[in-house]
Design a protein around this ligand. Structure first.
Ligand SMILES: Cc1cc2nc3c(=O)[nH]c(=O)nc-3n(C[C@H](O)[C@H](O)[C@H](O)COP(=O)(O)OP(=O)(O)OC[C@H]3O[C@@H](n4cnc5c(N)ncnc54)[C@H](O)[C@@H]3O)c2cc1C
Length: 538
């Protein structure tokens, strides 16, 4: 099959850009590196966490890893949430996509499904204000939010967060929250008026998870195994969309390819240069148009290399992230329910009148196992185990995301690899001191509200820049924006038929995960490209 469109990457953005093109009947080839886990996934029983812990003799293999790779020795690492069955997600990146930085530690992916093969599934539409400055309006994106919500399966409530997260016809009922979250939410409801007046709003998490059967996937089964397995397939992974795409005769999936660069041919059309991951042979693939969705940093490498812009700095944004273990006094004397999930339970939007806004995700702690917490506790091991056993049902973790805008200290540049070695991406991420001060002050104010809800913060942990795993802003979307930007269709400036569909195109980030919005925009990019193809404009 000769392709009309080549899409690079099978992550959240790639598959959602490909879908409308394939549905419209266009011949699409998706080129991907495509790592998968074949070691651990087949070992994990379709059972709840407690039964697995009590009954599976092989659990040490996937909980700790055959090489103990699930035990985070030393300092807390970025990506520490990636358990052994998820570690294939970042495999091979150091070799194929080397990166230099002493200020930024990103997690990148060469996996089928990309980073969303292990994401937390928090699905947050941006509101009209957050999309301001882009060459399209919220109303233009709204139908794509709905399409994607239906495609990926989104669950949520119409509660105090509705004004911030918007509504969708496709929204399924929310997942049930656990006992820990119930205790916090009921205290919030008692103090709601006062908290809302201070800009603090709480509700059930909006998640890309099916709470009932949907598109061949099961509704969530409350096995509390989300960090380890996808047994009920209720949590959205781009692999589910890839499976649907593979059923179309006009779609082809080409894995084990590492894309190096593109060039536009004089007579029209685009050529892609890719290296076979196993043989090392270079290949050329041709099509009328190209959609790059290799992840913000992956796409930056391909674009800068293709345009020969070595050494040139382009902007980068990434949500600053802090997490806070807390003790929930509302759980004192209560036995936690076993039936639960390990994703975000409650979401908090904090917009104080005279400070910076932020979003918080509240998790309870169990299925990531005690040894990770124990490592952070300032106690000798034996006493630590005893204290933690008592404390664990009371522990919740608040993840705080801050907004981010471009600044002089935040950029990436590509440098040519020496003697045939891969090119190296250099990242500088040094926010201004006042940005960090405002974030820290805001966190303190937010935690005072949590104290009022019976949650006692133990310590604030900043795992380092890059740890939110929300990367964007390298080729910002700007009508008439000039070199190294994209237009309203996300077409790369100076090219005829090269489009970017991942986080690269968002100039700034509000204080929430970008992935749901990125998927909606990818659907918009694919839909608009399909129309251009139909109109013969490509
Ligand atoms: C643990 C974790 C939790 C997260 N939680 C959330 C959350 O709750 N909410 C949220 O909004 N976001 C979350 N994120 C972030 C989210 O996963 C990412 O924003 C999103 O998955 C990025 O998708 P992408 O398609 O742009 O890129 P990626 O996921 O990076 O995918 C890139 C794809 O391109 C392929 N590729 C890359 N380079 C090449 C190349 N040169 N040649 C061939 N193929 C290539 C890879 O194989 C991969 O398929 C989380 C991430 C992690 C890791």
């Amino acid at each position: 099959m000769s392709a009309e469109v080549l899409v690079v990457g099978s992550g959240a953005s790639g598959v959602n850009a490909a879908f409308p093109l394939v549905e419209a009947g266009h011949r699409v080839t998706l080129v991907d590196f495509g790592n998968t886990d074949r070691t651990y996934a087949p070992l994990i029983p379709h059972q709840p966490f407690t039964e697995v812990r009590q009954g599976d003799a092989r659990q040490h293999r996937y909980f700790l890893g055959d090489q103990f790779e699930g035990v985070p020795f030393g300092k807390i690492r970025v990506g520490a949430q990636l358990t052994p069955p998820r570690m294939h997600i970042s495999a091979d990146t150091a070799r194929w996509m080397p990166l230099d930085s002493n200020t930024f530690t990103p997690t990148e992916s060469l996996a089928v499904g990309g980073l969303a093969a292990g994401w937390g599934a928090g699905a947050f539409p941006f509101d009209a204000h957050e999309l301001e400055g882009l060459p399209f309006t919220h109303a233009d994106l709204a139908p794509h939010y709905d399409t994607v919500a239906e495609r990926v399966g989104v669950s949520g409530d119409r509660d105090d967060l509705l004004p911030f997260l918007g509504d969708s016809q496709a929204m399924q009922p929310p997942l049930d929250i656990d006992s820990n979250a119930e205790a916090v939410l009921s205290r919030y409801q008692r103090k709601r008026e006062k908290l809302n007046a201070a800009g603090f709003f709480m509700g059930k998490a909006r998640l890309a998870v099916c709470s009932r059967p949907h598109r061949g996937r099961d509704g969530h089964a409350y096995r509390d195994m989300e960090f380890w397995a996808d047994t009920d397939r209720s949590v959205y992974r781009p692999q589910w969309t890839l499976e649907e795409l593979k059923r179309f005769p006009n779609f082809r999936y080409l894995d084990r390819r590492f894309v190096l660069s593109f060039s536009e041919r004089d007579g029209g059309g685009v050529s892609l240069l890719a290296r076979h991951a196993d043989t090392g042979a270079d290949e050329r693939h041709d099509a009328h148009a190209l959609v790059l969705a290799a992840g913000t940093l992956g796409t930056a490498r391909i674009v800068l290399r293709s345009l020969g812009r070595y050494g040139e700095r382009v902007p980068l944004v990434c949500n600053p992230y802090t997490y806070v273990p807390m003790v929930n006094l509302g759980m004192l004397g209560k036995a936690p329910r076993d039936r639960r999930h390990s994703l975000t339970q409650l979401e908090v939007v904090y917009h104080p009148k005279d400070g910076v806004g932020m979003h918080g995700q509240l998790y309870s702690y169990r299925s990531l196992l005690m040894f990770k917490l124990l490592k952070e506790a300032p106690l000798p091991l034996r006493e630590g185990v005893q204290v933690m056993q008592l404390l664990m049902p009371l522990v919740n973790i608040l993840g705080i995301h801050h907004e981010d805008s471009p600044g002089p200290g935040k950029s990436v540049a590509l440098h040519r690899g020496a003697d045939g070695a891969p090119d190296r991406l250099e990242v500088r991420y040094e926010p201004a001191a006042e940005e960090e001060r405002a974030q820290s002050d805001g966190e303190r104010a937010l935690l005072r509200h949590f104290l009022g809800l019976g949650c006692v913060p133990l310590k604030r942990i900043r795992p380092g820049h890059g740890s939110s795993i929300h990367y964007a802003g390298t080729f910002p979307m700007r009508e008439g924006g000039g070199p190294l930007t994209v237009d309203g269709d996300c077409r790369l400036h100076g090219t005829r038929n090269v489009y970017l569909a991942d986080g690269s195109v968002f100039p700034k980030l509000p204080s929430k995960g970008l992935t749901f919005t990125m998927m909606a925009n990818a659907d918009r990019v694919g839909t608009r490209l399909a129309r251009r193809l139909q109109g013969g404009h490509v």
